[in-house]
Design a protein around this ligand. Structure first.
Ligand code: ARG
Length: 607
């Protein structure tokens, strides 16, 4: 635990040190100590410490008095008074205040805030946020499109949200496995392989130049034939059996189809700059039979009208309303659920995952709740393994309609992303012209890419992920409001202000010498917002909601604007004040850059 106090700077008692705990954790510990003293018979009392719910409550509040008073039949206000009196906070807080009906409110001391800012400034990479001491292995199952089918906006959301969650967990020091659970197995391959053998036989003799062109068209054509031609249906069925049995030509056809799709998916991942490890459904194929046997032998699954079923959610038979989870169909075939059971078994046993996250649309909620319950019952997941479905809502057109092209077709992701980039470029060129600025073609392309892709990501991430959101190029590319272009602009502008100051605060030791002066209310309010990043990340780590980060950035930029309106920076009255304000600019810029990075958006010098 490092103390950052220099004797020259002392405003505080020397026992104050900056610990790896967040301020909220420090205060929670202190309130708990007080509660232990006041109510020795209470077993592990909860300090109920939260961020202040209203600005007049200061920075943090404890709601513990309310429930304790109720339990002890005491006056809550009196209990609150006692807690306020017995909590040792004078090193970091002003005198705690009590508010009816029984809140204890804490306001941080300016000197303590200044000290934390110094620590942040001295650590430009991590901004004073230490990696978690308890490192978890987290497996994030995201993106996961299906071979030979359209990668649609749902997969785009999964890719964007999943990548952001991975980035945050990685930043917090966890060991993250980014897994692409591609749909590369199943009965539809019979039809696809049979069709491929008929129309592109050269693909099977290893011709590398053969291309299928539009895979989705290929899928449609195969499906059409399948629906119309009963002889072809039979061939397709035989192909499924042959593939399962490992027949060489069928496997080669299957690999060829996968390879074609993979190339298309990779183009999207490259555009988004998202890294994933492919481990598709086929990976688990060899264990499906074994898994079913284990499930049946243990009694977790039972046979019901020829199918092997798991009755979950308290339902024990057909009379129950809920559908059972079927792991083997009556024709002996395995399905999506069987693969997910085998995947959990593997992820816990082999990957040693402590936490497994599934990023898919909300429509799969029932499937995952059933799979999770079954996996716990079977012991594939340990009692302490965290299995979480991270659902998200639909992407809609403006006006809440189904997301389609004007011709009523599904929007191709590549087109969607390219259109965002194209519009961003147009906006940027217009801006350059209007402002009489010039940039190289290379830089223009870079800006267009970062803003276009960034806008799509940000527009997705800023919403509460469980709600549907309306896709609007105009809104997401606007320089005003809670958008990527606005945040990128804010970063560039604030960094520019700092640069104009022409001082170097990049070195740790220099940063430690900066004395923050927080006398203006807007300075203090900006400072406190800067210090909240760590708690925001912890919230995100728990709730997996990227909009926490977007809301935080937006509020931070608002507070910066208020500060900048009220406080001259470059023309501050004294050198110390100027340095302190420049340091606030630098911290704000660094914080925005880190947040953008965690959202998967790089920064730009000028936009
Ligand atoms: N391929 C599936 C789809 O497109 C998503 C897979 C999600 N992951 C899983 N383990 N089930 O809907």
């Amino acid at each position: 635990k490092v103390s950052f106090i220099h004797s020259r700077l002392v405003h505080l008692p020397s026992e104050v040190s900056v610990t790896s705990m967040t301020t909220r954790e420090v205060l929670a510990t202190r309130v708990t100590e007080a509660l232990n003293n006041l109510f020795p018979d209470e077993e592990s009392p909860d300090p109920q410490l939260t961020a202040a719910t209203r600005p007049e409550f200061g920075d943090y509040q404890s709601n513990a008095a309310l429930s304790l008073a109720k339990k002890k039949k005491m006056n809550p206000l009196q209990v609150a008074e006692e807690i306020a009196k017995h909590t040792k906070t004078d090193d970091i807080c002003e005198q705690p205040q009590v508010a009816p009906p029984g809140f204890v409110n804490f306001t941080l001391k300016k000197e303590y805030v200044a000290l934390l800012l110094q620590k942040m400034l001295a650590d430009p990479q991590r901004l004073g946020i230490a990696p978690r001491e308890k490192k978890q292995r987290v497996l994030v199952d995201f993106s996961s499109p299906n071979i030979a089918k359209e990668m649609h906006v749902g997969h785009l959301r999964s890719t964007i949200i999943g990548d952001c969650i991975c980035r945050v967990l990685e930043f917090l020091g966890h060991d993250v496995l980014r897994i692409n659970h591609v749909g590369d197995w199943g009965t539809q391959f019979g039809m696809l392989i049979a069709y491929l053998k008929q129309v592109k036989p050269d693909a099977l003799i290893g011709s590398t130049t053969t291309s299928l062109g539009d895979l989705v068209e290929f899928y449609k054509a195969a499906k059409k034939k399948f629906d119309e031609d009963s002889e072809f249906q039979e061939t397709a069925r035989r192909e499924v059996v042959a593939l399962q049995a490992g027949d060489e030509s069928s496997v080669r056809a299957w690999s060829f189809l996968c390879e074609q799709s993979r190339k298309e998916f990779q183009q999207i991942y490259d555009m988004l700059d998202v890294k994933l490890t492919e481990r598709g459904e086929s990976f688990y194929n060899e264990w499906l039979g074994e898994v079913c046997k284990e499930l049946e032998d243990s009694g977790v699954a039972v046979r019901d009208e020829g199918a092997l079923c798991i009755f979950v959610g308290g339902h024990t038979g057909r009379q129950g309303k809920a559908q059972p989870l079927i792991v083997r169909k009556s024709d002996g075939g395995f399905n999506y659920a069987t693969t997910d059971m085998a995947a959990i078994r593997y992820r816990v046993k082999e990957d040693k995952a402590d936490r497994i996250l599934y990023i898919t649309d909300a429509g799969q909620a029932l499937h995952f709740s059933q799979v999770f319950e079954a996996a716990k019952r079977m012991g594939y997941a340990k009692p302490e393994t965290k299995l979480e479905h991270v659902p998200f809502g639909l992407v809609q057109s403006e006006g809440g309609k189904k997301f389609k092209t004007r011709q009523g077709e599904t929007v191709k992701l590549k087109d969607l992303l390219q259109e965002a980039v194209r519009r961003a470029e147009e906006d940027f060129r217009n801006r350059l012209q209007a402002e009489g600025r010039e940039e190289s073609e290379e830089y223009i392309k870079r800006v267009a890419h970062v803003i276009g892709i960034g806008a799509v990501k940000y527009a997705d991430l800023k919403n509460n992920r469980t709600s549907n959101y309306q896709f609007s190029y105009t809104k997401m590319l606007s320089l005003q409001g809670n958008t990527a272009p606005y945040m990128l602009y804010a970063f560039a502008r604030i960094q520019g202000i700092y640069r104009k100051g022409d001082i170097d605060l990049n070195q740790g030791h220099q940063a430690e010498n900066v004395q923050f002066i927080l006398d203006d209310p807007t300075e203090l309010s900006l400072a406190k917002m800067l210090l909240q990043l760590e708690e925001m990340l912890f919230l995100l780590e728990r709730d997996l909601k990227p909009n926490i980060l977007c809301d935080y950035m937006f509020e931070l930029s608002q507070r910066f604007n208020q500060f900048y309106e009220n406080c001259p920076v470059l023309k501050a009255e004294t050198v110390d004040l100027r340095t302190s304000r420049l340091a606030l600019c630098k911290l704000t810029a660094n914080t925005l850059a880190l947040c953008l990075h965690l959202l998967g958006i790089p920064t730009l010098e000028r936009i």
